[in-house]
Structures are given as C-alpha cells and as structure tokens.
Design a protein around this ligand. Structure first.
Ligand SMILES: Cc1cc2nc3c(=O)[nH]c(=O)nc-3n(C[C@H](O)[C@H](O)[C@H](O)COP(=O)(O)OP(=O)(O)OC[C@H]3O[C@@H](n4cnc5c(N)ncnc54)[C@H](O)[C@@H]3O)c2cc1C
Length: 485
C-alpha cells in the first residue's frame, strides 16, 4: 500500500505538480551551501576562492544552528541523489509498485556527473564474462524496452531520449591494437552480439572521415545505442512527476542531506536537510555518485557502523561543438586506448593533475559534435581546464584530419564544455545493496564512466531488493560487505 503523509510546512514553499518550489531566499542560500556536510566538495562549475569558501562555511554553520525546526514529511522510500541513478531508481519503484517515493538532491538533476555524460550505451568496450557484463546486458535490454514502450505510446524515442541506434566503432591504428580488436570481436560474437572486425578499407566505407592508417581498423557493433543524458533525465523526471498527482512522488531539490535520524533499535527513520526531515517507512536509497563516500562518513560519524566507501571523483571534460556542419558521423567512435584509461587503477596520489585523454566522438540527435574525453583525479574541482580542452581537440584531429582545417578559436561561439565528476571505484564496479548493519539503507553508487549505461539495470536491482523480489541477476559482486572495517 502506498503511504504518504505531509505535514504543513512552516516555510512558504509551494507544491506544484509534486515538486516543491523553494522561495528565492532559499535558492540564494543554496548557492552558498552547495557542498556536502563535510564541506569537501562543490557542485558549482567554478571553484570558490578561499574567502568565498570561508563565507560558505559560515553559512553552512548558520544553517546548522538555525532554530527553526525542519518540516516533517513521510514516504515509503526516500532516494537521496537525483542523478541518472537516483531518478531511475525512483522511476523503477513508481512503475513496479504502489510505494510513495521522495527524491532529494543537494542541487538539481544533471548537476553531477550525469549532466556531463556523453550518452553512449555501448557494449563494444565491455568484457564478456566480466562481473559487470550481465548488469550491462540487462541494462541495455531495459533501455531498449524503454525506447520501444515510448514508440508504443506514440512518442519518438529519438526526440524524447535522444535515442539512436548509431552502432559503435572501437578504432585502433597499430598492429597491437588490431590484435586487441580482433580478440574483442571474437569475444563479443561468442557472447551473442553482432560484432565485425573492419580493416582500414572497410572502415572507410562505413565511416569515411576517420583515418587510422593502413595498419589500422575497428571493432564494429552495429546494434549499439546512444542517448542524450540531459533529455533522458528530463523525461524520466516528467514521467515520475505523473505519480505526484496520485500523491506518490515528490522532489526536494536544492536540499543537501546533512544528517539522519535513527530510532531506538538503530534503524534509520529519516534523512535531514536544512529545511526538512524526510521520514521513510520502508527504505532510504543513497545514490549520490562521487559524494557518497563523504556523505556516508558524515551520516555514520557518531554510530558504531564502520564503513569506508572508497568512491572518489574522477573528473572528465567533454567538448561539444554545437550545430556542427562541417561533417556528419554515421556512428559513435572510441579509440581502443580508452579501455586502458578507463581501467587504469590510479597509482598516483589523488591530487595528481595528470590527465589521461582518449578520443571518443559522437554526434547527437541535434547535430552537435561531442568530443571526449579526459580522466583525472583532482578532488572535487570542477573548473574548466583549457589545456585539457585543447588536448581533446588535438586528439580528435589525429583521427579526423579534416578537423585540422578548423580552429577551436573560430568555433568559440558554438562551443560548450561539459565537466563532470565520475564516481570512480578502485575495483571498477559499483556498489549496489544494503548497508551492513542498516537493513533499510541501500547504496547505489560508484558507476564511474558507465552510469548511463548501467542505470536501468541498477534501478531494477535496487527495486527488487527494496520490494523483496527474487533477484534477476546475481547481485553479490556489488555487495557492500567488503567495505566494512
Ligand atoms: C565526461 C563524462 C562522460 C561520460 N560519458 C558516459 C557515457 O557516454 N556513458 C555512460 O554510461 N556513462 C558516462 N559517464 C558516466 C556517467 O555520467 C556517470 O556514471 C553517472 O552520471 C553517475 O550517475 P549518478 O547518479 O551516480 O551520479 P551524479 O549524476 O553525480 O548524481 C549524484 C547526485 O547526488 C547529489 N548529491 C550529492 N551530495 C548530496 C547530498 N548530501 N544530499 C543530496 N544530494 C546530494 C548531487 O547533487 C547529484 O545530483 C560520463 C561521465 C563523464 C564525467
């Protein structure tokens, strides 16, 4: 049975279609309190100067000391974090049960890694038989179903989600790369996917503008997809909000979770934001991406729970050239070196400035050329680094020599840079499951560079755990036991 109860808020918030609209004073305050409780991260595009940081800390302290008691609201499930993972989990619970769901975010959807995502839902760089393979395959199936269902409703998935079956090309230039690509094609074919090896000449026929040299070639998966992360999130939100009419859904944006309330028997009863205590009758799901480690540390600070979540931010830049008319791409492309960069366990200290750059190129349904991408451990810094943008551009030109006729300066007006913090996990797989010692608290975080791809499978897994349904996939690889100390 869905259950939701609301208390009258002492604030002058307005409830429109299930979304709490906060008065302007709160939004302004939010800008200063955008970090998590430990104050060690920022979601803004530019980092704050030290005086601004001091000012921010004072304001956070002022909020904590505020004497106005937060308004209490109650739901079956409270989801913390409104990135692709949190919103997909909310969607899953709404469509597969009659539970009421609240989504809380420190900022707004797409302010985390999700807003920077390039949007490929590809299998070409994945490893059949690896721990994540089944989750990736299931997730892809669920995305396909999502797109099919939209069509059945008379909607165009291309318009709604930016969904396109572009196929993917993993390209390489050297004979060593060819050995990797041939093996990849072999493995992917044995796993049941349509995969082809393309020589340099074959590649020219399907993607004329990419140049890999005579020795080069590609692994080609014609049935891979891409989507537009921002449009997909907007649609999922819109769908979720339909449940607000029947009192089953609410969003609390610009509300950082700063603490939680535990009952006498140790269960977590509610999460707290500066304005609200959000009670949960069944489950609390923490899906706060790269902020999950610091948030959990803060939440369990005064408890006997010993948990160390090793997720850390891995910064990524994307260069978007809007309305790009110089050429069209038929497929999504990625250089084979990307696999190594993605999997590299960082052996440098976490403040290292060294960035790895590998070429990824996609063209979205609006005709924007999206070039990636960088990977870098620089803490929670989200400032744009022009040197990295130049390197991404240079790397793209090595594969697309026709870009050498264009200068980045001339494209300034059409340029957008996306920066996001991927939630990196040292073992390369996300955490999905209950927090040991807290049976009603679930974590779903640490999807690094695959969160868009894995979102729907993750959401289904969490939904089944919360609802007590039989597992569709083995969830043991994602359990949190290994992180208890
Ligand atoms: C450049 C780049 C390109 C990428 N390309 C792809 C791609 O093509 N395909 C793919 O599959 N993946 C891609 N990814 C990875 C993907 O974007 C991420 O894995 C995914 O977005 C992670 O989603 P999330 O919901 O876990 O985290 P996020 O999107 O970061 O969301 C976390 C949310 O938690 C909120 N939050 C934080 N602290 C609190 C708090 N205290 N209280 C309340 N809320 C809080 C934040 O405001 C944020 O909205 C890319 C990432 C980057 C950076």
């Amino acid at each position: 049975m869905a259950s939701l109860s609301l208390s009258i808020s002492p604030n002058s918030d307005r409830l429109i279609d299930g979304i709490f609209v906060f008065p302007r004073r709160q939004l302004l305050r939010r800008v200063a309190t955008i970090s998590n409780p430990s104050g060690c991260h920022l979601l803004t595009k530019r980092s704050l100067s030290s005086s601004a940081e001091k000012n921010r800390r004072n304001k956070v302290a002022a909020i904590r000391m505020s004497s106005t008691s937060p308004a209490s609201h109650s739901y079956d499930v409270v989801v913390v974090g409104a990135g692709i993972i949190g919103l997909s989990i909310a969607r899953q619970l709404l469509i597969s049960s009659d539970l009421s769901v609240a989504v809380v975010d420190a900022a707004v959807p797409c302010s985390g890694a999700t807003g920077a995502g390039q949007g490929y839902i590809w299998m070409v760089h994945k490893v059949p038989g690896s721990e994540k393979w089944d989750l990736a395959m299931r997730s892809r199936q669920l995305w396909e179903k999502f797109a099919r269902d939209l069509k059945l409703q008379g909607l165009d998935p291309q318009e709604v989600l930016g969904w396109k079956k572009t196929g993917s090309l993993l390209v390489g230039k050297t004979s060593d790369d060819m050995a990797v690509l041939k093996e990849k094609v072999d493995q992917l074919s044995k796993a049941g996917l349509k995969a082809e090896f393309l020589s340099s000449l074959d590649l020219k026929k399907v993607e004329p503008l990419v140049v890999v040299g005579e020795e080069g070639g590609a692994a080609f998966l014609p049935n891979d997809y891409q989507l537009d992360a921002r449009r997909s999130v907007a649609y999922i939100e819109k769908e979720n909000r339909k449940y607000a009419k029947e009192g089953r859904y609410r969003e609390y944006y610009n509300q950082p979770v700063t603490g939680w309330l535990r009952s006498g028997n140790g269960e977590v009863e509610a999460v707290q934001t500066p304005e609200y205590s959000l009670y949960s009758k069944k489950a609390i799901v923490i899906s706060t991406g790269c902020w999950t480690g610091s948030l959990m540390q803060e939440l369990i600070r005064d408890s006997d729970i010993k948990l160390k979540i090793p997720v850390k931010p891995r910064k990524g830049h994307l260069l978007v050239i809007e309305n790009f008319s110089s050429f069209k791409l038929n497929h999504g492309l990625m250089e084979v070196g990307y696999i190594g960069h993605q999997d590299t366990i960082n052996n440098l200290d976490s403040e290292s400035e060294i960035a790895s750059i590998s070429m990824t190129a996609t063209m979205d349904t609006l005709g924007n050329l999206v070039l990636g991408s960088s990977r870098q451990f620089v803490g929670f810094n989200t400032e744009i680094n022009e040197q990295i943008i130049n390197k991404i551009w240079e790397r793209a030109r090595e594969f697309f020599p026709s870009l050498k006729d264009l200068s980045l300066k001339d494209l300034e007006k059409n340029r957008e840079v996306r920066v996001g913090l991927r939630p990196y996990m040292p073992g390369g797989k996300p955490m999905i499951g209950p927090v040991p010692g807290l049976s009603n608290v679930f974590l779903a975080a640490g999807h690094e560079g695959e969160g868009l791809t894995l979102a729907l499978g993750t959401a289904e897994m969490v939904g089944d755990m919360v609802l007590g349904n039989p597992n569709k996939l083995d969830n043991a690889p994602y359990a949190l036991h290994g992180y208890c100390s």
